[in-house]
Design a protein around this ligand. Sequence first.
Ligand code: SF4
Length: 214
Amino acid sequence: MAGAQQKENYQRILDKTLEAIVKEGRTPRLLLHSCCAPCSSYVLEYLSQYFEITVFYYNPNIYPEEEYRERTKEQKRLIGEMKTANPIHFLEGEYDTASFYAAAKGHEKDPEGGSRCFRCYELRLREGAKTAKEGGFDYFTTTLSISPLKNAQKLNEIGIRLGQEYGVPYLQSDFKKKNGYKRSTELSSQYGLYRQDYCGCVFSRREEEAFACG
Ligand code: SF4
């Protein structure tokens, strides 16, 4: 159909990138933005075979602060307990909640999956791209696409654009493929990880509560 956008197969693109990396016999450095320990579990198991990973925990969207602290603690615990082929490092970003509220301004009432979320993706990916550039990383990406509620097309579009802007390639991916989401639930049980029941921001928490109340 004229004007219709063809959906990319991001898993196929990732397969090709990984194939090339193996062929070249190198272990590139990857800055992996992570939203939480459960989502990162499968991605770490999978990608640590190919990369030296630094988990970048930058999530100023999370509300309230105790929830943020809990998720950070679980992320660090998982990294400490996982046995991986290559080392995994941890880097915490700033918990600058004002940046999130500025990005979400005017979109507070958008449903989950709408434009507020695209702004939230961009905020976190931009910080990832900037940090990857400063740290001399070979690639950056995010765990976010593992969630069935996250728009992988949008995440990759934003990531590719920011990668070009900052001069660090975005590792194109859709981690829900290859049963990634299912594997993340298995790993979460195996490591006894805390799994939150809302996406993260105050608006998504209100949505959950509204549903819970009927
Ligand atoms: S629902 Fe999730 S992705 Fe959307 S704005 Fe809130 S925290 Fe960000």
